[in-house]
Design a protein around this ligand. Structure first.
Ligand code: ARG
Length: 568
C-alpha cells in the first residue's frame, strides 16, 4: 500500500511542476489519512499551501492540478472544501493490499532500514518492597515498547534494573538477624507481605534505636566488603523478591523473566572506577565533602549550577553513580545503538543529568541514542495520586485484584477473567499520551463497549467465532464492492505504518487508537455485510476480510501485551 501512496505523491509533485514550473519542484503533497470516510481515503491540503506563494485562489490551483493528473487505475481525485484534494483508492488497490497482508506472516511490516540493538530498561522495582502503580506503568509501557521494537525488526535487550543495592540493605539484614531469621532458605521463601513487614519493622527500629542504627550502618560496610553471612542474607532477600516479581510478571503476562534482571548490585564493583575516571577527566568537583559533577546547562531555581552527586560525603555511592556505570556497561559490553529508560517522569532531571555527564565523559558516543520515556501519575477517583484509604501507595497487586473483580462480573473462568482484567488495565494505561496523568477508573476501563481493552478482545473473539464456523486453510479475497468492506480493507492497510510509527516515536497510543479504529470498521462491516449468510465469492471475500482482521487484531493486541482469547 505504501508504494501506492508514494506513487500518488510523485504524480502530485509532477503535476505541480507541470502546472506551475520548476520553482515548485519537490513540494510534498503531505498525504494524510482522510479525517472522515466521506472525504475518501487520503487528503492533501496542497492547493491551500500553494495559494500564498502562487497568489492564486486555492480552488483554482486545485482545478488545474486535477486537470493535469491521471491516476490511472490507482483511484480517483476530487477537489473539496476550501481547497483540499481527496483521494479515493480504487477497490482493486485495496483488495490487492489485503491479499498481500494475508500472504505475509509479518503482516506487511518491513524490515527496518537499519536494525538497531536497543536496551529497554523497564519495570525495575525495589527489593523487599511491593511494586506500586508507578511500576505498573513502567512494566506495561516498557513491555509494549519492547514488543513493538522487536516486531519492527530491532534486537531488543530487556533490562530490569532491580533496586537491589544501597544503604537500606544494612538495615534489612540487621532486621533479619534481630528477628532471629538466620536461615537463608527461610528468608528466600518469604513472600511480599512478610518482606514488607520486615522492611517496616527494620525501618522503625532504625529510626528509634541508635544501637540498631549503628549496627545497620556496620552491616552496609560488611555488605560492601563482601562479608559472607551478610551477603548470603542479602542474596536471600533478593531471591525472595525476584520470586515475587516473577509471579507478578506471570500474572500480568509480560515478557520479563529471571534472566532480564540486571540489578543495581551488579554495577557495585565498577563504582569506584566511575569516580576515578571522572576525576582523571577533570569533571569532578568536591562539594561539602561529596564528589559531584556540574554538567553544562543544568541550573536550579536560584540560577546556581546543579550538581550530580556521584559519591556521597560518607563515601557511599548512589543512584547516579550506578546509572553512569550502567551506561558504560550498555555501550561497551552490550554494544547498544539505543537505550530507552521507561521510568516515572519525576526522574527526568536525574536522567538528563546522567546522560549529559556520560556524554561529557565520552562514555556515551553521539552514535548511541538514549531516551528517558517518562510517564504521568496514576490518579485515584478523587483526581489525586492514587493512595489507599490509610494514605499508602496502592500496590500493583491491589490494582489487578480490583480489575479482576470487575471482569468477573461479566466473564467466567479464571483464565478469561485474568486476560480481560489485564487488557482493561493495559489498554487504559497505553491509550493515553504517556506524559499525561490518568484516573484509575476500574469500571470504565473494564467496560465491554467504548474504547477499552475488553472491547477489542471482544471484537477479536467475535471475528474468531465467525471463522470457526467456516474453517479453511486459506481464504480467497475477491473484489470489494461494499463501502464497509472497502473501509475495513483500508483500515487493515494501516497496520504496518502504525507499527513503524510506534517504533520511531515510542508512543503506544497510536497503536491503541489504530486498533480501536479497526474494531469500529469491523463493527460497521458486520452491520452492512452478512458473512456466513452470504454465498459464493462474496462469502469467501468476506471471510478473507475477517481472517485478515483477526490476524491484525491478534498481532496488534499482542504488541500491547494483551492476550486475545478465541472465546469470551
Ligand atoms: N528502581 C527505581 C525506582 O523504583 C527505577 C530504576 C529505573 N532505571 C534506572 N536505570 N535508573 O524508582
Amino acid at each position: 500500500m505504501h508504494e501506492h501512496t508514494l506513487a500518488l505523491s510523485t504524480h502530485l509533485q509532477d503535476a505541480v511542476v507541470a502546472c506551475f514550473g520548476d520553482a515548485y519542484a519537490g513540494t510534498d503533497p503531505e498525504l494524510r489519512p482522510a479525517t472522515r470516510p466521506e472525504f475518501g481515503h487520503l487528503q492533501s491540503n496542497l492547493p491551500l499551501r500553494l495559494a500564498g506563494p502562487l497568489g492564486l485562489p486555492p480552488r483554482e490551483i486545485g482545478a488545474r492540478l486535477l486537470a493535469a493528473i491521471d491516476l490511472g487505475g490507482l483511484g480517483t481525485l476530487e477537489l473539496a472544501g476550501a481547497g483540499f484534494l481527496n483521494v479515493t483508492w480504487s477497490p482493486d488497490v485495496l483488495s490487492d493490499a489485503v491479499r498481500d497482508l494475508l500472504r505475509d506472516p509479518h503482516l506487511g511490516v518491513p524490515a527496518p532500514a537499519t536494525a538497531q540493538r536497543v536496551v529497554v530498561d523497564y519495570s525495575s522495582p525495589n527489593v523487599a518492597k511491593p511494586m506500586h502503580v508507578g511500576h505498573l506503568r513502567s512494566t506495561v509501557i516498557g513491555d509494549a515498547l519492547a514488543r513493538v521494537l522487536a516486531y519492527a525488526g530491532h534486537d531488543v535487550v530487556r533490562q530490569n534494573h532491580l533496586g537491589d543495592w544501597g544503604t537500606q540493605f544494612g538495615m534489612l539484614v540487621e532486621g533479619l538477624i534481630g528477628d532471629g531469621l538466620h536461615d537463608p532458605a527461610a528468608v528466600a521463601a518469604l513472600d511480599m507481605t512478610e518482606l514488607l513487614a520486615l522492611y517496616r519493622r527494620a525501618k522503625a527500629r532504625f529510626d528509634e534505636d541508635p544501637a540498631f542504627a549503628d549496627a545497620a550502618r556496620q552491616r552496609v560496610v560488611a555488605l560492601q566488603s563482601g562479608d559472607p553471612t551478610t551477603r548470603t542474607l542479602w542474596q536471600a532477600l533478593v531471591d525472595a523478591s525476584m520470586t515475587e516479581f516473577d509471579a507478578t510478571y506471570g500474572r500480568l503476562g509480560v515478557l520479563l523473566d529471571d534472566d532480564d534482571f540486571d540489578g543495581e548490585s551488579r554495577y557495585n564493583p565498577q563504582l569506584p572506577g566511575v569516580v576515578d575516571d571522572l576525576r582523571a577527566l577533570g569533571l569532578l568537583t568536591e562539594s561539602a565533602g561529596a564528589q559531584v559533577v556540574y554538567p553544562d546547562g543544568f541550573t536550579g531555581r536560584d540560577g546556581a549550577p546543579l550538581p550530580l552527586i556521584v559519591q556521597k560525603a560518607g563515601g557511599g555511592f548512589g543512584y547516579a553513580a550506578t546509572d553512569l556505570a550502567t551506561i558504560r556497561h550498555r555501550v561497551d559490553d552490550l554494544a547498544v545503538d539505543r537505550a530507552v529508560y521507561v521510568v516515572d517522569h519525576r526522574q527526568s532531571q536525574h536522567f538528563d543529568m546522567v546522560f549529559a555527564v556520560a556524554r561529557a565523559a565520552g562514555w556515551l558516543p553521539d552514535s548511541v541514542e538514549v531516551q528517558h520515556i517518562g510517564f504521568g501519575t496514576v490518579l485515584g477517583p478523587d483526581g489525586r495520586p492514587f493512595k489507599t484509604r490509610s494514605g499508602e501507595t496502592v500496590t500493583l497487586a491491589a490494582l489487578l485484584d480490583a480489575a479482576e473483580e470487575a471482569a468477573s462480573a461479566s466473564y467466567a473462568g479464571p483464565e478469561v477473567v485474568r486476560m480481560v482484567a489485564n487488557a482493561a488495565v493495559k489498554y487504559a494505561d497505553l491509550s493515553n499520551h504517556l506524559a499525561r496523568d490518568y484516573v484509575f477508573d476500574v469500571e470504565r476501563m473494564s467496560a465491554t463497549t467504548g474504547e477499552t481493552g475488553p472491547y477489542l478482545q471482544y471484537a477479536h473473539a467475535r471475528v474468531c467465532n465467525i471463522l470457526v464456523q467456516a474453517p479453511q486453510q486459506t481464504y480467497e479475497l475477491g473484489a470489494l464492492s461494499d463501502p464497509a468492506e472497502q473501509r475495513l480493507a483500508l483500515e487493515l492497510t494501516g497496520f504496518a505504518p502504525v507499527v513503524g510509527k510506534v517504533a520511531d516515536t515510542l508512543e503506544p497510543h497510536h497503536l491503541t487508537a489504530y486498533l480501536y479504529g479497526l474494531s469500529t470498521a469491523l463493527t460497521a462491516f458486520y452491520e452492512s455485510c452478512p458473512v456466513l449468510r452470504s454465498e459464493g465469492e462474496l462469502r469467501e471475500t468476506r471471510l478473507a476480510l475477517c481472517e485478515a482482521t483477526r490476524r491484525v487484531l491478534s498481532a496488534g493486541l499482542g504488541l500491547l501485551g494483551i492476550e486475545a482469547p478465541q472465546r469470551m
